[in-house]
Ligand binder design. Structure first.
Ligand code: SIN
Ligand code: FE2
Length: 226
């Protein structure tokens, strides 16, 4: 085949389609990034560690201060776990369901969160909390800011696993127009700095079955709370 034959280029491209590509970074704000597929090489270690965390601190549906039961099931690991009840939103050292400290943050969780933060330009990320969100089809997270942390100097690192979801990334005012960012298994969103307090949420999860995780989406949200 001649070297200037275009069809050989096409064939080469298709031959490479199933070779693992380096993670692709998309910028969604001045200091906000989607790291496409960044968590994929970690899933073999993440999922068994997640199972251990959930055995100690199972998903549960929490109530908001306004009295609404969240459609998303929550758990946490790390020194501090985010909780909500009729009294308000806060971080606690003790899991209110079990009366025990939240499970330790698995080393693989911490390593992934730090690697993702660094990739997005945030060095020395030291999360003390990992909120674990469990979505089944129909579950949603309405637009909110993450502002129960003592300082906003550290970024948020948010890992998506399982079914795809539509992430809403808004501005600093609830009524600001939101970008719609589809998130897939293995994607990580990192936002911080000038974008740290931007509103965000998740549209109701669509029906589906993920080959590894089934009919669910799991999200890890790493934060420095204290
Ligand atoms: C959150 O804001 O806590 C969750 C975001 C997500 O599920 O991707
Ligand atoms: Fe959030």
């Amino acid at each position: 085949m001649r070297s200037d034959d275009m069809s050989s280029t096409t064939i080469d491209l298709f031959a490479n389609a199933d070779v693992q590509q380096p993670a692709k970074t998309e910028r969604i704000g001045e200091q906000s990034f989607v790291l496409r597929g960044f968590a994929l090489p970690w899933t073999d270690r993440l999922l068994p560690a997640l199972e251990r965390v959930l055995r100690a601190a199972p998903f549960r549906q929490m109530v908001t201060p306004g009295g609404f039961t969240m459609s998303v099931g929550l758990s946490s690991c790390g020194t501090l776990g985010w909780t909500t009840d009729r009294c308000g939103y806060r971080y606690t050292r003790i899991d209110p369901l079990t009366g025990q400290p939240w499970p330790d943050m698995p080393a693989v969780f911490l390593e992934l969160a730090q690697a993702a933060a660094l990739e997005a330009g945030f060095s020395d990320f030291m999360p003390d909390s990992c909120l674990i969100n469990h979505y089944v089809p129909g579950a949603r997270m309405s637009l909110h800011q993450d502002k129960n942390e003592r300082s906003y100097s550290a970024p948020i690192v948010s890992v998506s696993l399982g079914l795809p979801a539509m992430f809403l990334f808004g501005g600093h005012v609830r009524s600001d127009k939101s970008q719609r960012v589809p998130l897939f298994h293995g994607d990580i969103v990192v936002w911080g700095g000038v974008d740290r307090l931007r509103y965000h949420g998740i549209l109701p999860l669509k029906d589906g079955v993920h080959p590894q995780l089934g009919a669910q989406r799991i999200n890890f949200t790493f934060r420095t709370a204290d």
